[in-house]
Design a binder for this molecule. Structure first.
Ligand SMILES: Cc1ncc(COP(=O)(O)O)c(C=O)c1O
Length: 371
């Protein structure tokens, strides 16, 4: 049996007529940039998210950068974010001219460790970028209170957590603004690059929109220099077709996680993902911690099962951040995780048989390699 890590083709086949109709309508209308599909997506995403403003843009990285930039984050400022994420969460901070300050991962939930924020605070701290990694939700009561008390902007990176919830409230609605990626493999994925920003702040929404469109809200009326970051109409039409399915797809991911949990829970050489209490984890990724991780991954590969590591090197230890001179002891949790984490196949259309086969292979591996 072959078990792919992600299979976008299965999803396409399930909704082929909706996608094909969306794509052919855009091509028939030849509205490739801007126009009704993009506007409609912004309206529908705002409705689905119960937020006042959705501003579409080119990708999730741009959405973070534009938010930080339009909040006035820049030279002389420090911004806190988590040590284990995709580099977009930190490079966008640096690109504004600010300094990124990494915070270790939580030992149980792997998102930013809220108990470490205080010791990273300095008079220069201006914002926190909370990344809801893997679909897991950060500890929002504590992070929100920390930001409020210290007058910091809270920005949520929701690239991996569309419609995850904390105490019944959707992630992305806790801070001043939130960023989303619609990279194809995300829980809600386009057929190319796409992203968006959401906010309830009217003045900020205007600025975000303006900056993403060359500093102009109306053609040729550039109030400032900006960037060109647009969601193209094909992506908007595809996302519009996919949006009504997102809750079902998230529920399927959650059911798959439960099946993995049931099958794997007796194996003492691995730890399974824990869901933070009072939250809805949407399992963008299903990440276990495994003894002999690399041997296990190779064994699974030989059995036809694709796995991945998110992420093999914590951000502070990438060559890009050598200038910060960090050592492993600065981030003991992230440092340990890098050798243990393994992402198992996870996508809505994964079958029970594929999960059971993966579970059986993992059991098989540890019965032959118990130490
Ligand atoms: C946590 C996180 N933030 C930001 C991004 C950036 O999104 P994009 O690839 O759309 O630029 C990603 C994408 O993988 C991500 O996982």
């Amino acid at each position: 049996m072959k078990v792919p890590f992600v299979d976008l083709h299965r999803q396409y086949k399930n909704i082929q007529s909706e996608i094909d109709r969306a794509v052919s309508t855009v091509i028939e209308e030849t509205t490739f940039i801007g126009g009704r599909f993009v506007n409609e997506f912004e309206v529908e995403f705002s409705k689905a998210y119960s937020v006042n403003h959705t501003i579409s843009c080119g990708n999730g990285t741009d959405s973070l950068y534009i938010i930080l930039k339009m909040l006035g984050v820049g030279s002389g400022d420090e911004v806190l974010t988590v040590a284990n994420s995709w580099i977009s969460s930190s490079e966008t901070i640096t690109q504004t001219g600010a300094r990124v300050v990494f915070v270790d991962a939580h030992p149980e939930y792997y998102s930013i460790d809220e108990t470490q924020l205080q010791k990273k605070l300095t008079p220069k701290t201006k914002a926190v970028v909370a990344v809801h990694l893997q679909g897991q939700v950060c500890e929002m009561d504590i992070i929100t209170a920390f930001c409020k008390k210290n007058e910091l902007y809270l920005i949520e990176d929701c690239a991996q957590s569309h419609f995850s919830e904390y105490k019944g409230k959707k992630v992305g609605l806790f801070g001043i603004a939130a960023s989303f990626s619609f990279y194809p493999g995300k829980n809600l994925g386009a057929y190319g690059d796409a992203g968006c920003m959401i906010t309830n702040d009217d003045a900020l929404a205007t600025k975000l929109c303006m900056y993403a469109r060359h500093g102009a809200l109306k053609k040729h009326q550039h109030q400032m220099e900006g960037v060109n970051s647009r969601m193209d109409s094909l992506q908007a039409a595809i996302l519009l077709a996919k949006l009504p399915h997102i809750h079902q797809w998230n529920d399927q991911r959650i059911a798959h996680a439960a099946r993995y949990q049931q099958g794997l829970s007796g194996i003492k050489q691995i730890s399974l993902p824990k869901v933070r209490p009072h939250t809805k984890h949407t399992f963008h990724l299903y990440v276990i911690r495994a003894q002999q991780r690399d041997m296990l991954a190779e064994f699974l590969r030989l059995k036809g099962i694709e796995t991945s590591v998110h992420y093999p090197t914590p951000l502070p230890f990438l060559p890009a951040y050598q200038y910060l001179h960090h050592v492993a002891d600065d981030f003991p949790v992230a440092s340990r995780l890098q050798y243990e984490i393994l992402s198992l196949p996870m996508f809505p259309e994964l079958t029970r048989e594929e999960i059971d086969y993966t579970v059986a292979c993992i059991q098989d591996f540890y019965s032959n390699n118990p130490a």
